[in-house]
Design a binder for this molecule. Structure first.
Ligand code: C2E
Ligand code: MG
Ligand code: MG
Length: 347
């Protein structure tokens, strides 16, 4: 994405950003090198002493560089690409955006092609940056993870999604909501308690909340993740395996995982890998898992997948992720005699 503001207008903020980025690792390195130099870990060999001297010299150069950057910010334009500068800026601005609740949700319908109705929505996070415009969650979620802010943000987004579902359920009692969870959120022991409290406050039936996790989360499979997944299962919420087929999880582990559904990754649709889609569907049936296919962009793709045997679909063909207001309108269309699919085809 191109900056909408010239780079030099941001330069005044950069020394602080760069200082912030450099300070932490430099302090750590200084500490380690000093510790090694004390001799507390035994006498260093000649080679070890030489390496330590080189490390100290390099650290000194880095420290001087950090100071130079602070004193001559203009030099930064040649040192950092626009993309790196944007990343610095986003890292600096994300905490404020989270504190001000400027990260919000949009909703993409999940459609049952048999009933022609919207059966649920997937909630997707968005950030409208004042300078850079819309920032993809694939960019800001990792920043939130790195800074530890993912927990606060994730909890807030779960609340938002559940309260919105509650409002929609007034006229659509069976509607469901899917929320994405990152691996780090799943390593937080109080996550299930928080979700339990949200369910209580919103009076949503637990099975109407679907938590989407990716294969990589399960591969890591730390003891804590296992405990959290078990607690979530006990609450009665459903677990969906997102982007299925793109990770590296071993198929033999699939039956033992606490899952309710697979979401077939959109790349299989984009690349028209219909045979793979069919195999995944058969696998899901065998394991008594529900299955949703993502990334349907055309009527033709929807029809092929329907013929293969998929009945739950999501993709731009039905609707892009949209605001609460537009999603409410989609629900009205979906409940009309025309149904969402005919409405989509007519659009
Ligand atoms: P995801 O969970 O697999 O979400 C589906 C992504 O595919 C969304 O991108 C959606 O806009 C996009 N998509 C849907 N239909 C189509 C289609 O027909 N064609 C194409 N090309 N794309 C389609 P988005 O919103 O940019 O989200 C990207 C990823 O960021 C998500 O992938 C999810 O992994 C992550 N993410 C989004 N919101 C959250 C959140 O609140 N928390 C966490 N932890 N991760 C999130
Ligand atoms: Mg998802
Ligand atoms: Mg997905």
């Amino acid at each position: 994405m191109k900056t909408s503001q010239p780079t030099d207008m941001l330069i005044k903020d950069l020394p602080a950003l760069v200082q912030h980025e450099l300070q932490h690792p430099l302090h750590n390195l200084q500490g380690v090198i000093r510790l090694l130099g004390t001799g507390r870990f035994g006498q260093l060999s000649q080679e070890g002493s030489q390496l330590l001297n080189t490390a100290m010299a390099n650290l000194d150069r880095l420290t001087r560089l950090a100071v130079a950057v602070e004193e001559q910010p203009a030099a930064l334009t040649s040192m950092f690409s626009d993309e790196q500068i944007r990343l610095f800026q986003l890292k600096q601005d994300l905490p404020g955006a989270i504190a001000q609740k400027a990260i919000y949700l949009v909703y993409q319908p999940i459609v049952c092609t048999r009933s022609q109705q919207v059966v649920g929505f997937e909630a997707l996070a968005r950030w409208e940056h004042p300078t850079y415009g819309p920032i993809s969650p694939t960019l800001f979620i990792p920043i939130a993870e790195e800074s530890g802010l993912i927990h606060e943000m994730g909890k807030y987004l779960i609340e938002q999604a559940c309260f919105q579902l509650r409002r929609w359920q007034h006229d659509n009692p069976a509607l469901t909501i899917s929320v994405n969870l990152s691996a780090l959120q799943l390593s937080q022991l109080d996550l299930a308690d928080h979700i339990g409290r949200v369910l209580l406050a919103t009076q949503i039936a637990p099975e109407n909340l679907k938590l989407e996790i990716t294969e990589s989360t399960l591969i890591e499979n730390s003891e804590v993740v296992g405990i959290v997944l078990k607690k979530l299962r006990e609450l009665g919420v459903q677990l969906y395996l997102d982007d299925f087929g793109t990770g590296y999880s071993s198929l033999s582990r699939l039956p033992s995982l606490p899952l309710d559904a697979l979401k077939v990754d959109r790349s299989f649709v984009t690349n028209q890998n219909w045979d793979i889609c069919e195999v995944i569907l058969a696998l899901a049936c065998k394991l008594s898992l529900n299955v949703i296919v993502e990334g349907i962009e055309t009527a033709e793709e929807a029809q092929i997948l329907e013929e293969i045997g998929f009945h739950y679909m999501q993709g731009y063909f039905f609707s892009h992720p949209v605001s609460v207001q537009d999603a409410s309108q989609l629900l009205i269309e979906s409940n009309s005699s025309q149904g969402l699919i005919l409405a989509a085809a007519a659009r």
